[in-house]
Structures are given as C-alpha cells and as structure tokens.
Ligand binder design. Structure first.
Ligand code: PRP
Ligand code: URA
Length: 242
C-alpha cells in the first residue's frame, strides 16, 4: 500500500460541462483500503472552505462543521451491517427493505471529538456515548491519556470513534489502545474524522488495517508544529472558545 497524489480534479455536479465546473482543491487520494474519503462534491468543498477560512466566525464554524459531520456520520453508518426488514407501505404494498442492526456506541476523543456528537445523535437517537480525554502536548505533540469513561458493554458494540483532526495520529492510536484494552474487536471500530494528514492516515491505517477510517479530506501534510496544512488551525479552539 502506498500514498499517492490525487490527479487535478474538478468539483461539482456531473451534469455540468467540464468547462463550467468550479476549480477547487480536493482531497489527496490514498491507496489504503481501510481509508474512505467522502465524495468531493461541491457542497462538501464549500463547507470545508468555510471552516478553513481564518475569517470565519465561531457561529459559522460550528454550523458548517456540523454539516460535514452529518455527512461523515451518514457515511460511517453505511459501513455497519443491516438486517432484512419486510414492511407494508401506506398503500398496502409489500416492500423488502432493511433495518439497522443497532448496538452501537460513540466514543469522543475530548475535547474536539465532542463536537461530532451532535451529528451522531441526530442520526442515532439516544445513542450511548463514551469519552476518552487525550491531550496533545503543544511542544512535543505527544499525547497523554487523562481519563476514559465508556459503556460497560462496549466490547459487544460497534464503536464509532470521533475526532475531527488526525495529524501525527498519536491521539487516535492512543484512543484505539484504550478501546482494544476493553475488549472491543478491531473490526468493530469505525473512526470518523474531518481532516487527516497523509502521514497520520497512513500510520493509523497500516497499524490497524481492520479499522475503517471515514474522512472528509486528506490534506497536504504537517507543518513544523505538527499542525495540518493547509488545515483549519486548532479545531477545538475554533469550535469552543475563539
Ligand atoms: C487535537 C485533535 C486531536 C489531536 C490530533 O486535540 O482534536 O485529538 O489534536 O493530533 P495528533 O494526531 O497529532 O495526535 P488536542 O489534544 O489539541 O485537544 P483539543 O481537542 O482540546 O483541542
Ligand atoms: N489539532 C488541531 O486541532 N489541528 C491540527 O492541525 C492538528 C491538531
């Protein structure tokens, strides 16, 4: 498996002729089977543009990141099993459908991961949510685990791990170690993430090939302070305090 540059792509609905489609920077593609990048639609790129913009205020940052989080959760749920479900429609006709199997829980990496909880709750009513408090050291970028509080039966659930930023990968890998130590099988974990660095995504995906990552965008890389570039800055600060 190897990372590779995405070809210069256009963004926008397919019905537009090529000459009328907007030019925009889209995600790098990664040749990693367990990394799923959202389709680079014009709406997704417009929302990402808003949250990347340093002049976007906090209310808009929350609004547009919530829109992307909703897309990420919907896509992540598509990776979970469904059961056959036969129903009768309102005009009396049979319909062979499916239903969601259930038994999931969200786990947010505090603090920024908590910003993704609303989207999960909107899609999965009364979902259980566990917390892992991991903080990255501002100087060294090394993560420290402070706290975890998880549902007692977590090993019997599908776990949707939430963190919008995957930079060096240190925090996410530490969170996975916590989940594995509670008996959650690797293949029952989905990691949803808003922006990943190529190196962070590759490190994570290679260490845990059975864990699926659903991300909206793979950026260029990391700067000297291990911030994602072009990135959006400190997600937690922009969502909660700035
Ligand atoms: C951010 C982010 C990730 C981590 C990513 O959290 O939300 O958890 O950094 O960096 P890494 O991949 O190099 O580990 P941070 O520790 O800054 O805390 P916050 O959520 O309170 O902003
Ligand atoms: N955490 C953030 O919030 N942003 C980055 O770019 C890296 C880590």
């Amino acid at each position: 498996m190897s990372t590779q540059e995405a070809p210069n792509q256009h963004v926008g609905p397919d019905y537009k002729p090529t000459s009328e489609r907007p030019e925009a920077t889209v995600s790098k593609s990664l040749s990693l089977d367990n990394v799923h990048i959202l389709p680079q639609t014009s709406q997704l790129i417009a929302c990402l543009t808003m949250i990347r913009d340093k002049s976007t205020n906090r209310a808009d940052f929350i609004f547009y990141s919530n829109r992307i989080n909703r897309l990420l959760v919907e896509e992540a749920l598509n990776h979970l099993p469904v059961l056959p479900h036969n129903i009768t429609t309102a005009v009396g006709r049979p319909y062979a459908g499916v239903k969601f199997e259930g038994r999931i829980c969200g786990v947010s990496i505090m603090r920024a991961g908590e910003a993704m909880e609303q989207a999960l709750r909107e899609c999965c009513r009364s979902v259980r949510i566990g917390k892992i408090l991991i903080q990255r050291d501002e100087e060294t970028s090394n993560p420290t685990l402070f706290y975890d509080k998880l549902p007692a039966d977590i090993k019997d659930r599908w776990v949707i791990l939430l963190d919008p930023m995957l930079a060096t990968g240190g925090s996410a890998l530490m969170a996975i170690d916590v989940l594995l130590s509670k008996g959650v099988p690797e293949e029952h974990i989905l990691f949803i993430n808003l922006i990943a660095s190529p190196e962070g995504a590759a490190k994570f995906a290679k260490k845990f090939p059975k864990i699926r990552i659903v991300t909206a965008f793979v950026d260029e890389g990391l700067n000297e302070k291990n911030y994602i570039v072009p990135g959006l800055g400190d997600f937690g600060d922009r969502f909660y305090t700035l």
